[in-house]
Design a protein around this ligand. Structure first.
Ligand SMILES: [Zn+2]
Length: 262
């Protein structure tokens, strides 16, 4: 029989249950004292094995001893018995519902569209969809070394990673790669190759990964978003991101390429 899993957000954190050596989602809201919220549930996914329901309590607290609140990052890093992508999607959808109760064009109340993730305005027919923000992320190499940078958000951890940034309106992905790299570290690129993508729910990014070759210029960091950037040999890397991120996949893949070339 198909199981029901509840993705419940309370105070912007996910409600989880810890079982021996794994964490899981609640399978019932009645035992959590949340039965009054059943009408607010949104069905996110249904297949033969499971039904996933979203309940966004916003600032309401869950008063059940078996429930722990965890940030999405904590859940992602610790692993959960449900594909994290479902949780990421639920979080983005909860954000969307919060911010689209009213029409952005005429100010009327909106209603949920039953067959797609959208809010519709019956007054002016404007329809809104959850926002997805495209970001490029790029590993740069010169055939021997990989260029890694320390962002201003990572001064405490001293972590070095690939460069990344939002795509601007009217810009191609390749143009965004050239512009971000020029702005943040001042070097030129050639042979930009698509690598792969990863949804990143902090809060609604779609990371699109590339590998590019260095084409010239000295490293000059912007000193604002990027505090330091250096060339590293694949066998002498600094502290880099966890395995769960596309940044780490890009670094691992690029280092493998460099080792094969050497
Ligand atoms: Zn409207």
């Amino acid at each position: 029989m198909a199981q029901t899993h509840w993705i419940i957000f309370s105070q912007n954190l996910l409600c989880i249950q810890s079982l021996e050596d794994s964490i899981s989602l609640p399978q019932c809201i009645n035992s959590l004292g949340l039965e009054a919220y059943a009408d607010e549930a949104v069905e996110l996914h249904r297949d033969t094995e499971a039904t996933l329901l979203l309940l966004d309590l916003r600032h309401e607290q869950v008063d059940a001893t078996e429930i722990t609140l965890a940030s999405l990052r904590e859940v992602m890093l610790s692993g959960i018995n449900i594909d994290f992508q479902h949780i990421a999607r639920a979080w983005q959808y909860a954000q969307f519902l919060r911010t689209h109760q009213f029409c952005g064009q005429c100010g009327s109340s909106t209603r949920q569209v039953k067959w797609e993730m959208a809010r519709h305005c019956d007054t002016c027919q404007h329809r809104s969809y959850p926002r997805v923000s495209p970001c490029i992320i790029v590993a740069i190499h010169d055939g021997t070394n990989i260029l890694l940078a320390k962002g201003s958000r990572h001064t405490k951890t001293n972590m070095y990673s690939t460069l990344a940034g939002f795509v601007e309106s009217g810009e191609s992905l390749e143009q965004a790669v050239h512009r971000e790299v020029a702005e943040e570290v001042g070097v030129k690129l050639k042979n930009i190759q698509y690598f792969g993508s990863q949804p990143w729910p902090f809060p609604h990014s779609l990371m699109m990964g590339f590998i590019a070759e260095y084409a010239g210029g000295d490293i000059v960091v912007d000193g604002h978003e990027i505090l330091d950037a250096q060339w590293y040999r694949p066998d002498a890397l600094p502290h880099i991101p966890d395995h769960i991120s596309i940044a780490r996949d890009l670094i691992d893949h690029t280092c493998t390429l460099l080792k094969q070339n050497s």
